[in-house]
Structure formats: structure tokens, C-alpha cells
Design a protein around this ligand. Structure first.
Ligand code: AGP
Length: 609
């Protein structure tokens, strides 16, 4: 889980690499490094800590080389130290290599290489690759990298420079993303599009088991078996504004406020039955396959898993199909019973989460049709799936997922409605009401966002709590899980998401004035039950913040503080109810002086196990 960038062209490579690394920091930020080819030598600089440390180092050591690679790291093997930062060099200083992924057989390879006389300078799994390149090199860098990668097991996106071939970068991928940007007399390499957007919009997505050789003149693509690949570049239509903060102090806040537009993009036009049929008819899975689905299994991690839990409620309610929602890291090692009549839905913002990708592969091997619900175009999960519903939320840079989540919720609701209509389990009136509720979400989200000042006040009043219990029922139990996850990951406050009805089976013993319960009220059958659960907490000295419609007098009566949300159909209520919880976590994090966009120990895309 790291970011890679490479440049070959007329400018000093550092001028492209450092800003590119800044835009890739969301992929990992515990150390960083660069290598450039300069005056027939490889020059490299590495520093533990944030990118600013490396920038400080380079300010005193100008590097002029016009071919180079850079790396921002999120440690998996080896502490975040200078020695373990990338790039890694071979024994002779002829090669410099950066890597994203995990080399699973690194220990065996290292033993052998040490016996052969190689000296290692780090505790990383990556370093074996550069020593393997050194061993295989016979004057052809591409052939040497191919031979090296033939020996490794695991995942990689790699880029390597060679002192003896100073006009090129050679790169390859397996199970880790890598893209090439095509310029005029300059070529770019990166883990993700924002890193190279200021320079080019012409992009080649490397597929599994492919390699690329970049020179000023152009890019040659091959398979790892050496066969040539010809591919037409894709033109990326994101503008740079979309990947920058747009006036907000943090990406997370900007992304929270982008939710009305993001959800509008997910819906993509009118919400009526014929459009729904067109939408799902073009996703890559036959309408007939979807019509005969007997069971749905949702596979996802973290926030995306919470979206899956809401999806389970919606699919069972609207389509009457038994649905289970699995944590991908468990699913991939379980013994799932799957077949052609089970639809597997993989929910993922990045499309690169290693466990979700492994779950998708597992499902495909078992013959199940897999539909990806994903934000990042051309990423690994959609490419490994049979069909894909893109959420079109736009780039999400904040580590804490916000607009990706609400757009996933919309996607799952539309899927449930479509399945219900296809199978005849959902009557037209109910379908019409759900679709109208979905269509009204951009407006409802704007209304929810308008209460930001109250949420800020709430954060001030409750920030001293020892612990938070987020409680919900039915559609809003996942909302409670998500609210608790948000406050944990960015404010570093202890929080648990819990079924409101489960409190009396144990956790109620924790209730005292140091505990704040954040109660997410749902419409319908569970509303009164929630009110009783809240009263039980208040009676024991706990404080209560309610998320409820502004006109919900019952919620206002039992709570110490109400975070108001618009009144919407229960099916779409998780979309609006999560907004004050995202804002609450955000304001608590700011009050606590936390690094909102880059919380400690976390990275945006978890591309390793
Ligand atoms: C949520 O705020 C987290 N960043 C995390 O739980 C995330 O949702 C999870 O890692 C899954 O990522 P994905 O959607 O890119 O697969």
C-alpha cells in the first residue's frame, strides 16, 4: 500500500515526482524516497516520516536528472526507517527499484540471495526484487525485470532504473495498480491518476501481468511473458480541481459537502423504472441471470461493508432475495457455498482492496456472477468482476470514506429496486416511492448539511465523553456502525456501534455520565423501541445525542441533544442520517487537533492483507 511515480522527459524529474508524491500520499505516508539518473550515476534520497521531511532534504541537495522514480510508503515488512524506505538499490548501485505490494516468498529468496553473496540493507520484502534484477541482468533491463518477477510470489507494482540504460524506466504489475501517462517528449508512471493529471490526460492502464518501458520517445507495453501489447490510451476527464480541496480546510470536509452532487452523479439522471432497466441492463451481467438469482452475497471491507449491510436490508425488503453481507477478509478464507444462482456483489471505493479482490476471485472461481459496485474506473475489482456499477463519486482523497459511502448506499438501493422489479416482488407503487425518495436525495443531503453549525456545537458539548455508543436498528444499525468507525478513525475516540436492542444484553453495564449514546432513530416499527432504549440509557446517567427528523418530538423529549435530519423514506434514511455523524467525527477530530485527512496508522486503499 504505497504510491509510485516515475518520470522520463526533458525536466528535472524531481519537479514532477515531488508534487506527484504529494497527491499520492493518501496511499501511505510513513516514509518517502526518490532516485534519479544523473551524470551516469544513480542518485537517491530517502527519509522516514511525512513527505515534507524528504522535501526538506532535497532542498539542500538539488537533483537535476531527468529520469527518475519516487515512492511514498505504508510499511508492511520493516519499520518505517530510512533504510526500509524505497527506492532500494542492489549491491553494485546499478539499479534502483520502487515497489507497491507484498512479496510473499521473500524470506526464501533472501536466504538464497544471501548465500549467493548479496548484501541486504533493509528489512523489507521488496529488496529481494532488486537483487534478483542484479543477478539476471545481461544488458537488457526489461529481460532482467521479467526474470526477477518470474521468481516472486505475491503482489507488485514495480518500477526500476538502471545506470547502464539511463534513458528509461521499466515497470510491471501484478495485483497492484499502475498507470502510464503519455506526454509530448515525456512519459509518466503512477499508482493513480491524480499524480499525473497536471501533465497529461492520456492514460494507459496496465493490466495484470503487464510491463511497460518508458522512454522520452514513447511507451512499449508487453505481457510479462514478453509478448507485445497494443492498447489505445484512455482520456481521463477529471479536472484537477476535483482532486484538490476547493477552499475547504480538509479533503474530508470537502467530500462531505460534495455528497449531494456525488449522489446525483450516481443516480445519473431520472429515477424511473425504464431508466433503471437501461442502467442495470448495461452493466455486463445478463438480465436473465439477475432475474434468476436465488441468493445475494455482499463482500466488502470497512465502510463499504456497512454499505453492504444496508444493501442486505434493501434487497431482502424490496426484492425478497435472501442476502448475507460478508467481511471480505473472512469470506476469502471461508468455505462459501456459491453457484451461478448466487449473485456476489463486491462493494469497494478504490477497487483495489486486497481482501475484496481476493473474495471476487474466489466467487468467480466458484462460478458465481460478480457485480462490482465501485468508484475508481478501471481498477482491479471491476476488472475481475463480470459486471460493474460505477458510483461516480469522483476522487475521494480523505482517508475517511464519506461520499464514497453515500453513493454506495444509493447504488445498493437502486440494485435492490431493480431486482425487485425484475422478479416481480416489488409492486410498481412501492418501486415508484423508493425511486422518488432516491431522486430526492441530493436535496435531502443539502438539508442535512445545513445543520453543520449545530453538529459543531454538539462536538464541543460532548467531546469530553469517555466512550461513545452509536446505536441503531434495522436500516440504521449500519449507520451506527459507520458513525462509530468515523469517530474512531479520525478523532481517535473510543466508540462502538451496537444494536440498540442489544444494549441490555451486556453493554448497558458501562453506562454512566462518561458514556454518550448517539442514537440513530429510524422511521417505522423500530421508532418507539429506540425511544425506550434511549430512556434506559438516560435512566442510568448516560448522555444521549439523537439523530432524528427536526419534528420528531419523541426523540427531542428523550435526548440531551438532537442532530436534525430531513424526514425521508426509511429505505434511503441511512444516506441522510450518516451526514451528521460524518460531521460530528470531523469536528471532534478538529477539536482534538487530529490530522483529519491522514489519520495515524491508516491508509486510503488497503492493497495488502
Ligand atoms: C473508511 O473510512 C475506511 N477508509 C475503510 O474502512 C474503507 O472503507 C475500507 O478500507 C474499504 O475500502 P474500499 O472501499 O476502497 O474497498
Amino acid at each position: 500500500m504505497c504510491g509510485i511515480i516515475g518520470y522520463v522527459g526533458p525536466r528535472p524529474a524531481i519537479e514532477v515526482i515531488l508534487p506527484g508524491l504529494r497527491r499520492l500520499e493518501y496511499r501511505g505516508y510513513d516514509s518517502a524516497g526518490v532516485a534519479v539518473l544523473e551524470g551516469g550515476e544513480l542518485q537517491y534520497d530517502r527519509a522516514p516520516g511525512r513527505l515534507s521531511v524528504l522535501e526538506g532534504l532535497l532542498a539542500g541537495r538539488p537533483r537535476e536528472g531527468t529520469v527518475g522514480v519516487g515512492h511514498t510508503r505504508w510499511a508492511t515488512h520493516g519499520e518505517p526507517t530510512e533504510a526500509n524506505a524505497h527506492p532500494h538499490l542492489d549491491c553494485t548501485g546499478r539499479f534502483a527499484l520502487v515497489h507497491n505490494g507484498i512479496i510473499e516468498n521473500h524470506a526464501v529468496l533472501k536466504d538464497r540471495l544471501v548465500r549467493e553473496g548479496h548484501r541486504f540493507g533493509s528489512y523489507t520484502d521488496t529488496e529481494v526484487i532488486v537483487h534478483l534484477v542484479e543477478s539476471s541482468y545481461r544488458g537488457d533491463l526489461e529481460a532482467a525485470l521479467r526474470a526477477a518477477l518470474d521468481e516472486v510470489e505475491g503482489s507488485f507494482a514495480v518500477a526500476v532504473l538502471c545506470r547502464d540504460e539511463p534513458d528509461r524506466i521499466v515497470a510491471a504489475r501484478r495485483n497492484s495498480p499502475l498507470i502510464v501517462g503519455l506526454g509530448d517528449g515525456a512519459q509518466y508512471l503512477a499508482s493513480d491518476v491524480p499524480a499525473i493529471l497536471p501533465y497529461t490526460r492520456k492514460v494507459l492502464y496496465l493490466e495484470e501481468e503487464e510491463m511497460a518501458t518508458l522512454t522520452r520517445e514513447g511507451v512499449a507495453l508487453r505481457r510479462l511473458d514478453g509478448t507485445a501489447v497494443h492498447r489505445t490510451p484512455t482520456t481521463v476527464d477529471w479536472d484537477m480541481e476535483a482532486a484538490e480541496k476547493g477552499g475547504y480546510p480538509h479533503f474530508m470536509l470537502k467530500e462531505i459537502h460534495e455528497q449531494p452532487e456525488a449522489v446525483r452523479a450516481t443516480i445519473g439522471g431520472k429515477t424511473d423504472r425504464s431508466r433503471l432497466r437501461r442502467l442495470f441492463g448495461g452493466l455486463g451481467i445478463e438480465a436473465e441471470t439477475l432475474q434468476h438469482v436465488e441468493r445475494v452475497v455482499v463482500v466488502a471491507c470497512g465502510t463499504a461493508w456497512h454499505a453492504g449491510l444496508v444493501g442486505k436490508c434493501a434487497i431482502e425488503d424490496l426484492a425478497g432475495i435472501p442476502t448475507q453481507c460478508e467481511i471480505a477478509s473472512e469470506f476469502r478464507y471461508g468455505a462459501p457455498v456459491l453457484g451461478r444462482d448466487t449473485l456476489v456483489v463486491a462493494v469497494t471505493q478504490s477497487g483495489e482492496t486486497a481482501d475484496t479482490l481476493a473474495g471476487v476471485r474466489r466467487a468467480r472461481e466458484a462460478g458465481a456472477p460478480v457485480l462490482a459496485v465501485c468508484n475508481v474506473l478501471g481498477s482491479s475489482v471491476p476488472r475481475a468482476s463480470e459486471g460493474v456499477f460505477y458510483t461516480h463519486a469522483g476522487p475521494e482523497i480523505g482517508v475517511a470514506s464519506t461520499k464514497a459511502y453515500t453513493t454506495q448506499l444509493v447504488a445498493m438501493t437502486l440494485l435492490a429496486t431493480y431486482l425487485g422489479l425484475q422478479r416481480g416482488t416489488l409492486d410498481r407503487q412501492r418501486a415508484g416511492r423508493v425511486l422518488r425518495a432516491v431522486g430526492g436525495l441530493p436535496g435531502a443531503l443539502r438539508e442535512a448539511l445545513a445543520a453543520d453549525a449545530m453538529v459543531q456545537e454538539c462536538a464541543r458539548r460532548f467531546q469530553d465523553s469517555r466512550t461513545f455508543f452509536y446505536i441503531g436498528r434495522r436500516y440504521n444499525l449500519p449507520t451506527a456502525f459507520e458513525g462509530a468507525l468515523k469517530i474512531k478513525e479520525i478523532a481517535y475516540l473510543h466508540a462502538e456501534g451496537y444494536g440498540a436492542g442489544e444494549m441490555k444484553h451486556g453493554p448497558i453495564a458501562l453506562v454512566d455520565p462518561g458514556l454518550t449514546a448517539v442514537a440513530v432513530f429510524s422511521e417505522g416499527a423500530t421508532h418507539d423501541k429506540m425511544r425506550s432504549n434511549v430512556e434506559e440509557i438516560r435512566a442510568r446517567g448516560g448522555r444521549v445525542v439523537a439523530v432524528a427528523p427536526a419534528d420528531d418530538a419523541e426523540a427531542a423529549r428523550v435526548a440531551d441533544f438532537v442532530l436534525p435530519v430531513p424526514r425521508v423514506d426509511e429505505v434511503v434514511s441511512p444516506v441522510v442520517n450518516v451526514v451528521p455523524l460524518q460531521l460530528l467525527a470531523y469536528h471532534m477530530a478538529v477539536l482534538g487537533g487530529r490530522d483529519v485527512d491522514r489519520p495515524r496508522n491508516l491508509a486510503k486503499s488497503v492493497t495488502v492483507e
